[in-house]
Design a protein around this ligand. Structure first.
Ligand code: CA
Length: 512
């Protein structure tokens, strides 16, 4: 296929399903009124890149079809060749949760994929990390500044003596005090912090820095019997320097253990990969997410655990997912998580329409229905074998739905708590997003973005639309890149620059 990023390239659109009455303009800077496509369709208005053009006349109130599904209804009559911008699309109601088909179309397992390995750090509990990191968790925000100070000193003074350790990660957050710690929903942030400390990339050696008077007891963040807790109010400390020395002594004991870890060849089945999207555009659903979906299928066939998340981005496509559930129990768990989130949003006086951002709309996504249809594509075509509530640890191999908000940082934090050791993040508009605790492979939906952000984007899936690459080829390339990054052979751009987002805990409970 021709490169359509240049001006003057032949006009092109992408139609995904034969029933669709809209298509996406591919050309780099959009197309002006009067442009004639090879099929004979003539544009009556300008259509920006990634936005929808009507392929046929659509009477007022008629469905607008993309992915073969209804993404909305025409607010007024639309003529063939006109730009179908978001203002012309009335959003449909979300699917009712009490009448969904469950496990009626469970996909048959695909042929196992043998012989794919990566170099990982095997832990005593059987989990395998992709990094060898010292994690220092915290039981309250009060200690965050002190921890930042101590981490700088540890990096400068201790880390050079332990060359097999990749780095030091401070797990700071706003929870721990001033919160209703007995409220039922407090279970979410508390188990998130507990499970974060157990992430396989930390080698079972996480420590905790606490203050001493907070509601969240530091010891509860570590497995029973672990003794790596430093309390700033401990009476053995006299002054700040003495406290920092105490933190560094505890850290050094952990570094000595971590320094013994070595990479060894592990089957791809030992990977726990999280998937997310952010800054999506209309191309996300046709290039980056299908390529990632294909890679996810390869990982599942190789025996790995693959998580997808972001409740508000699957809510409108939930009927497609419950049909794919491995059994009734998994399907009901999907419905349970959707219902919980509907109630959570209703309590806050919001609904799912709050999800789409100005950037999504600028990128051509009319509403959350269109965004959701493009988002679930990254789950590939495997059966869904398990459902996790926010912050729960993975317990099965295969494709897992881990319920999280769609916020990039909150989703990333929750997937880390679930045990993710590598994340793949697709983006259409572009984001510098990165995590200190696990490598993030960023995948662009458009070649134009991958070129402009050549030192932030790790994989160009836009080639599926404009580079003559098939979804299968892109999926295989991405699968191999995932194994290389997991092995430490390839470094993602966010890690090369050292740009990492803060953790963001999901606290659905009240703050006092
Ligand atoms: Ca997101």
């Amino acid at each position: 296929m021709a490169d359509t990023s240049a001006a003057g390239a032949a006009p092109r659109y992408l139609r995904l399903d034969l029933n669709d009455n809209v298509a996406i303009v591919v050309n780099g800077f959009g197309l002006p009124a009067g442009t004639r496509f090879p099929c004979g369709l003539e544009l009556l208005t300008r259509v920006p890149q990634g936005h929808k053009v009507a392929l046929a006349d659509i009477p007022e109130g008629d469905p607008i079809l993309r992915y073969g599904e209804t993404i909305g209804f025409a607010r007024a009559a639309i003529r063939a060749g006109e730009w179908v911008d978001e203002a012309r699309v009335v959003m449909p109601d979300p699917p009712a949760l009490d009448a969904l088909e469950i496990a009626t179309a469970t996909p048959a397992p695909q042929a196992p994929l043998e012989g794919h390995t990566f170099e990982g750090y095997r832990n005593p509990d059987g989990s395998v990390g992709t990094r060898n990191l010292l994690a220092i968790s915290t039981s309250v925000q009060c200690v965050a500044g002190t921890l930042d100070y101590a981490v700088k000193r540890i990096r400068a003074e201790l880390l050079p003596c332990y060359p097999n350790v990749d780095g030091v990660v401070g797990l700071t957050h706003a929870y721990g005090c001033g919160v209703a710690i007995q409220a039922p929903d407090a279970a979410v942030p508390i188990r998130t912090l507990q499970n974060l400390a157990r992430n396989p990339n930390f080698g079972g050696q996480a420590m905790v820095l606490g203050l001493g008077c907070e509601k969240l007891i530091p010891e509860t963040l570590l497995p029973p019997g672990a003794e790596a807790v430093v309390r700033m109010q401990d009476e053995a400390f006299a002054g700040f320097e003495s406290i920092v020395a105490g933190i560094m002594a505890t850290a050094e004991a952990r570094l000595a253990v971590l320094n013994q870890r070595r990479r060894e060849t592990c089957p791809a089945a030992d990977l726990v990969v999280g998937m997310q999207c952010g800054g999506s555009d209309a191309f996300s659903g046709v290039t980056s997410n299908p390529a990632l979906g294909y890679a996810a299928d390869l990982l599942v066939r190789a025996g790995a655990t693959v998580m997808f998340s972001e409740v508000t981005e699957v809510r409108d496509a939930i009927g497609m997912l419950t049909r794919r559930a491995a059994n009734q129990e998994v399907g009901r768990a999907l419905v349970r998580e959707m219902r919980w989130y509907d109630d959570y949003l209703a309590r806050g006086g919001a609904d799912r329409s709050a999800n789409t951002t100005p950037g999504n709309k600028k990128g051509g996504l009319a509403n959350i229905v269109e965004k959701a249809l493009g988002s679930v594509v990254k789950s590939g075509s495997s059966p869904i074998v398990d459902v996790l509530s926010p912050g729960e640890r993975v317990r099965r191999k295969g494709l897992v739905f881990a319920a999280t908000p769609a916020s990039d940082f909150i989703c990333g934090t929750l997937q880390l708590a679930s045990g993710m050791t590598l994340q793949v993040f697709t983006t259409g508009r572009g984001t510098p997003y990165g995590l200190a605790a696990a490598p993030v492979v960023k995948v662009a939906s458009r070649t134009e973005l991958a070129r402009r952000w050549h030192d932030l984007i790790d994989f160009d899936a836009g080639r599926v639309a404009t580079g003559g690459m098939t979804i299968q080829e892109a999926g295989w390339d991405l699968f191999r890149l995932i194994l290389d990054v997991a092995s430490g052979r390839e470094k993602v751009w966010a890690d090369r620059w050292g740009i990492h987002n803060d953790l963001a805990l999901f606290n659905p409970g009240p703050v006092t």
